[in-house]
Design a binder for this molecule. Sequence first.
Ligand code: NDP
Length: 284
Amino acid sequence: MTAKILDGNVLSTRLREALRIRTSELTVQGCQPGLAVILVGSDPASQVYVRNKIKACETVGLLSEKYEYPADTRPEVVFHRIAALNNDPSIHGILVQLPLPPQFDADAVLAAISPEKDVDGFHAENVGALMQGQPHFIPCTPYGVMQMLKSENVNLRGAEAVIVGRSNIVGKPMAMLLLGASATVTVCHSQTRDLALHTRRADVLVAAVGRAKMITGDMIKPGATVIDVGINRQADGKLCGDVDFETAKEVAGLITPVPGGVGPMTITMLLTNAIEAAERTIGK
Ligand code: NDP
C-alpha cells in the first residue's frame, strides 16, 4: 500500500485565503492585525523561521515588526521591549523566537508576554487554559496538526494516538488536544522502554523528537495516519523528518512529508492566532 500524502502547503494555501479575508475585514474596521517577533542571537535556523513568519504575515496582510538583538544582549533590554509591546495597541501578537541565549530564563521571558498577546500559547496561563479544555491560544504546531487531521476527517474518537516526544511546545499540548478529541493517548519519550511496541499500536502516530528517520516502516501499523513534526538537516544539507518517509509510506494510510507537511501549517496557525487576537480586541 502507498499512503496518501497530507500536503501542508496545499492546506495552508487554502486556509490562508480565508485568513486574508478576515485580515482585510479587520483592516477596514481600523484594526489591522499586528505581530511583533523578537529574535535574540544569530542561530541560523531561528533566522530562517523568523524570516518565514514575517513573509507569511505579508501574504495575508498582517502588519509585522521584527526586533533583532545580538546574542550578548542583557535580558532587561528584551523585558523592556516586551513591556512596550504589551502596551502597544497596534500589536496583537508577540512572539519570542526560541531558543534564547544562556543568560536568559526562557520561562521568565514567556511569562512577561501579556497572555492576551501570547500567540504561541506558551504562557503558563494559556497552558493551563488548554489543560482545562478551554484554550485561549493553542500552540501553533499541535494546532496545525489538528487542522491537518480535520482536513482529512481522521476519526480520533476512541483512536489509539501515540505521540513520540514530550516537549512543552509540541508533545504535551499535542497530547491535550488529542485527548480533547477523545483519542486514547500514549506519550513516549527518551526513557520509553520499547518504542516500537507503542508506535505499532497507533492509529494516529505523531513524531516530534528531532532524530532523523528514527520511525521506520516496520514501527507503523498498516493504514495508520503518520504525522511527522521533526525537522532535521542531513549531511547533504537537505531536510528530513523523524519518520523514514520511504519505508513509512509503504505501510501508512496517510502521511505528512518533510518539508511541506507540518512546517507550513505551524506558520498558518500563528497567523490564525494573531488574527484571532485582533478580532478579540474589537469584540468580534
Ligand atoms: P525537544 O528536543 O524539546 O523534545 C524532543 C522529545 O523527544 C523529548 O521529549 C525527548 O524525550 C524525546 N526523545 C528524544 N530521543 C528519543 C528517543 N530515542 N525515543 C523517544 N523519544 C525521544 O524537541 P521539540 O519538541 O521542540 O521538537 C521536536 C522536533 O520537531 C524537532 O525536530 C524540531 O525541529 C521539530 N519542530 C518542528 C516544528 C514544525 O513546525 N514542523 C515546530 C517545532 C518543532 P525526553 O523528554 O525524555 O528528553
